[in-house]
Design a protein around this ligand. Structure first.
Ligand SMILES: C[S@@+](CC[C@H](N)C(=O)[O-])C[C@H]1O[C@@H](n2cnc3c(N)ncnc32)[C@H](O)[C@@H]1O
Length: 265
């Protein structure tokens, strides 16, 4: 494996314009006065409704991913509701701290927290090599659900996870404690984790990091090993297999075999 390739894969991505969270805040700062004008300067409900719709539509113009749509729709009305409820400021601070601990770095990573379905874990189990002591890493492992379930089902395997957000990491760490080391979590950034020792690298991220993740996998993983991505395909790379999960909402697994793929022309 060339050093240049390895360095390119672990180098931080160049910033492409303003981060989405900043763009979203600017959007709302623009939509609040604009909605006030549209709503004729009175009637809080009309004002909030106009702000919601303007921000939801404006998100697309500001280049925000589709999953920002519900956030933009609900952000200002939810804020107004909380202010109207006249809650103790401690509640607001507590909720903010909780969100921060769960979604740490989401503005930078562009990967929110959500969990793989049980059917995805079952399908992953079938992708583990039958040879003894298979090793799998979950890149951005959330609360450790995937690795803990796999460790329970495949007692000779070693299942590792790396997670950036402190609260999910803590939950996963506690979850893996009874496994006696068969599953374990590291608190950190998976871009600095070496993938060369793994038979399978699993990722359930977002469309944003997929091209860079593919370069990292190709640079570090051994020929014949697998990169499996839940729901998000690597652009321009044909997977060896696509596994449709039984429940439609659970998505599909894109299975890429290292050194066994063709680049689309
Ligand atoms: C969609 S969740 C998936 C959780 C888990 N893998 C599962 O399938 O249930 C993605 C997780 O990746 C984490 N993440 C994103 N970028 C990361 C990075 N560079 N290093 C470590 N964790 C990261 C996020 O904090 C989030 O918890």
């Amino acid at each position: 494996m060339s050093n240049a390739l390895r360095q390119a894969a672990t180098r931080p991505e160049p910033a492409a314009g303003w981060p989405p969270a900043v763009r979203a805040l600017l959007l709302h700062a623009l939509c609040v006065p604009l909605a006030w004008v549209f709503a004729g300067g009175d009637g809080t409900s009309w004002w909030l409704a106009a702000e919601s719709l303007l921000a939801a539509g404006g998100g697309l113009l500001f280049g925000l991913a589709p999953w920002w749509l519900p956030i933009n729709l609900l952000f200002v009305p939810a804020l107004a509701l909380v202010l109207a409820a006249d809650l103790h400021p401690g509640w607001g601070f507590g909720a903010f701290a909780l969100m921060l601990l769960c979604y740490w770095g989401v503005g930078r990573t562009q990967v929110p927290l959500f969990f793989s379905a049980d059917v995805a874990v079952q399908a992953l189990l079938g992708l583990l090599p039958e040879t003894p002591r298979p090793r799998l890493i979950d890149l951005g492992c959330g609360n450790g659900k995937v690795i803990a379930r796999l460790a329970a089902a495949r007692s000779d395997g070693r299942f590792h996870g790396v997670e950036y957000a402190p609260l999910p990491w803590l939950a996963g760490w506690l979850r893996c404690l009874p496994s006696g080391g068969r599953c374990s979590l590291r608190w950190g950034d998976f871009w600095t984790t070496d993938l060369s020792g793994y038979d399978v690298a699993y990722a359930y991220l977002s469309p944003v990091p997929m091209a860079r993740l593919w370069h990292k996998a190709v640079a570090e993983m051994r020929p014949g090993t697998l990169l499996v991505s839940n729901s998000f395909a690597v652009p321009g790379v044909v997977p060896e297999a696509i596994i449709e999960l039984e429940e439609a909402w659970a998505g599909r697994l894109y299975v890429y075999r290292i050194a066994g793929t063709r680049v689309q022309r």
